[in-house]
Structure formats: structure tokens, C-alpha cells
Write a protein that binds this ligand. Structure first.
Ligand code: SAM
Ligand code: DTB
Ligand code: SF4
Length: 331
């Protein structure tokens, strides 16, 4: 797709016959990536539950009774042990998630130490800690953070149906701070929250119009958690999920598109279609943050069947400390 994606362009992609859409996505994918390489990220919830926010899908909001047990920030040595286990299992990126509206200074100091220790293991580092205030992203960059995950979650037009305690603009402000600090952006959303195809298009348009676009785009299928406002949302047709992956691949051709939450409910055939549609990253390991993920040995067997291989780690090629000035990198 030449030039910025418009709503009309993206809505038209969604309307294509499935085969035409997947063919186009696979063609774009091959222009930018090894079609058989998939990047493996492992998640760890370093602080669980008790969050002040009201994101309607989330098991960790203090406002909903989901049965999740609150856990304070994990000690550094336990995080390092989990990262070593993830590396031994074959992951190349380690993503630390905390159920905060945003980190306090003491939290940030503790997480900074975790980031430095995890990166010293030769893993790429990612953190998702909620909204960042001015100066916080710089501290994370200095600690060696490669990626910050902060999702737009859905189209701005649908956002008020899901979240009321912080705004769409708040999220864009955090993404701007992450960029300015020279950290790579991991930003995507959730599909299957009762939104329409127009809203799915709106999310992709918004993601593609971030300047520069995110390096990593997680596309999550809603995990309907009992006790959340979205618990009884009817499941979305899985082909529509594959379509969303394909449209993300075409609209943001250079991004790693991650087939994220929701894989336990997807047969292998649907996951294979996601890879064909341009997904080239997954969450790897038997747990997401609070909900299950497929077992690693099952994923390895699937890769074997499909002739896929794990993508190599990139830490040597991307030194952690960098500062951006007017969009250009200054080291
Ligand atoms: N508190 C931080 C935040 O909101 O940015 C970090 C953690 S939050 C759990 C990270 C992302 O996980 C959310 O933005 C959402 O896109 C995704 N997520 C959370 N719960 C989910 C669910 N039940 N199903 C699918 N995706 C989910
Ligand atoms: C993202 O987009 N998906 C991940 C990660 N970023 C942090 C989280 C998925 C969470 C699924 C529900 C749970 O396990 O609590
Ligand atoms: Fe969940 Fe993050 Fe929202 Fe808190 S801010 S309720 S952890 S998604």
C-alpha cells in the first residue's frame, strides 16, 4: 500500500474475498520477511491484579470479581529466573507486564533493574506498565528497554464502550513519550470485543498512521474472562480474526505482526492461516499474563508440521541506549 492508509483503503481490504486478501498479505510479507521465521516472546506478569483502571476485557481490574489473586511486584531474582527459563525454552524476547495505571518512581526504579538484568542475559526486553509520565520512558531506555507495549486496543470510535478511566489520547501521549525516548513501539489491539468491521478497520488505520508506525503489532483475540463486563461477548468468527491479521500485515508491512492472546481457542489450522496471512510472532510459553497460552511443546510440534523456525534474537544489532531528536536517532 503506497502512502498512508485511509479508512476507505482499509475497509476495502476487509471486503476482499478471503483468498485474495490472504494472497496479497502473503505477497507483502515476503517482500519484507523470511516467510517461515516466527519471533518468540515470553510474557511474565511481574505485578498482578488490583489495577485502578476499568478496561472491560481485563482480569486484573480491581473493579471486577475475576478470581485473580493480587500479587505485588516480584523480586528481581525471580524475574531473572523466569527470563533464564524463557531463554532456555527458546524465546528471544521477554515481556514484563504490570497491572498499573502507570508506574510510580519506586516501581520504575525496581523495573529498571529487572530490564538491565534481563537484557544482560541476551534477551530482547519489553515492558508494559501502563501510562508513562514525562521522563519515565527515558529512564526505561537507559535501563536497556528495547520495546514498550501499550495498545490502542480498538478504534477511537469504540473506545468509550470498553474503557472510561483513561482516554484514547492518554494512550497516544504515552506512545509519543516511548518514541521520543528511542524505545521501539509495540502497539496493537483486541479483536472480538463486540466491535464492528468498521471499528476493526479504524484500529488498523490508527495504528498505521502512527508516525513512524509500530515495530511490533500484537493482535489479540478477546479472551472472555468470567467476571469482566465482556465475559458474555459472543465469540467472533475466526476467519475475521485472520482477515484482521492480513489487513494489519498489508497496512503496516515492516512491523512484526503478533498472533497474540486467544490461541488456546484456535485450532492449528486457524493459526496456520494467521501465519499465511502475515503473522510472524507469537507469545510462547504456557501462560500469558493471567490466562493460559498453548504449551511450548505443542507450538514446537506445530512449527515442525508447518516448516516454521524461530527467528533469531536481535539484541546485538540494536544497542539499547539511544535518544531521538526530531525523529532522527542520535547516539
Ligand atoms: N496495564 C498495562 C496496560 O494496560 O497497558 C499493561 C498490561 S495490559 C494487560 C496489556 C494488554 O493486554 C491490553 O492493552 C490488552 O490489549 C491485552 N489484554 C488484556 N486482557 C486481555 C484479554 N482478556 N483478552 C485479550 N487481550 C487482553
Ligand atoms: C498484548 O497485546 N497482549 C499481551 C501483552 N500485550 C501484554 C497480554 C495478553 C493478556 C491476555 C489476558 C491475560 O492473560 O490476562
Ligand atoms: Fe488491565 Fe492494564 Fe487496564 Fe489495568 S490498565 S485494567 S492492567 S489493561
Amino acid at each position: 500500500m503506497a502512502g498512508p492508509a485511509t479508512s476507505v483503503d482499509i475497509e476495502a481490504l476487509f471486503e476482499l474475498p478471503f483468498n485474495d486478501l490472504v494472497y496479497r498479505a502473503q505477497t507483502v510479507h515476503r517482500r519484507h520477511f523470511d516467510p517461515n521465521a516466527v519471533q518468540l516472546s515470553t510474557l511474565l506478569s511481574i505485578k498482578t491484579g488490583g489495577c485502578s483502571e476499568d478496561c472491560g476485557y481485563c482480569s486484573q481490574s480491581a473493579r471486577f470479581n475475576t478470581g485473580v489473586t493480587n500479587q505485588p511486584l516480584m523480586p528481581l531474582d525471580e524475574v531473572v529466573d523466569a527470563a533464564k527459563a524463557a531463554r532456555a525454552n527458546g524465546a528471544t524476547r521477554f515481556c514484563m507486564g504490570a497491572a498499573w495505571r502507570g508506574p510510580k518512581q519506586a516501581d520504575l526504579d525496581a523495573v529498571s533493574k529487572m530490564i538491565t538484568a534481563v537484557r544482560a542475559l541476551g534477551l530482547e526486553t519489553c515492558a508494559t506498565l501502563g501510562m508513562l509520565r514525562p521522563g519515565q520512558a527515558e529512564q526505561l531506555a537507559e535501563a536497556g528497554l528495547d520495546y514498550y507495549n501499550h495498545n490502542l486496543d480498538t478504534a477511537s470510535q469504540f473506545y468509550d464502550n470498553i474503557i472510561h478511566t483513561h482516554s484514547y489520547q492518554d494512550r497516544i501521549d504515552t506512545l509519543y513519550r516511548v518514541r521520543q525516548a528511542g524505545i521501539k513501539v509495540c502497539c496493537g489491539g483486541i479483536i472480538g470485543m463486540g466491535e464492528s468491521r468498521i471499528h476493526r478497520s479504524g484500529l488498523i488505520v490508527q495504528l498505521a498512521s502512527l508516525d513512524p508506525p509500530p515495530e511490533s503489532v500484537p493482535i489479540n483475540m478477546l479472551v472472555a474472562v468470567p467476571g469482566t463486563p465482556l465475559a458474555n461477548t459472543p465469540p467472533l468468527d475466526q476467519f475475521e480474526f485472520v482477515r484482521t491479521i492480513a489487513v494489519a500485515r498489508i497496512a503496516i508491512p515492516t512491523a512484526m505482526v503478533r498472533l497474540s492472546a486467544g490461541r488456546t481457542a484456535m485450532p492449528e489450522s486457524i493459526q496456520a492461516l494467521c501465519f499465511l496471512a502475515g503473522a510472524n510472532s507469537i507469545f510462547y510459553g504456557d501462560k500469558l499474563l493471567t490466562t493460559p497460552n498453548p504449551q511450548s511443546d505443542g507450538d514446537r510440534a506445530l512449527f515442525e508440521k508447518l516448516g516454521l523456525h524461530a527467528m533469531e534474537c536481535n539484541t546485538d544489532k540494536s544497542p539499547p541506549v539511544r535518544h531521538y531528536e526530531r525523529g532522527r536517532r542520535r547516539t
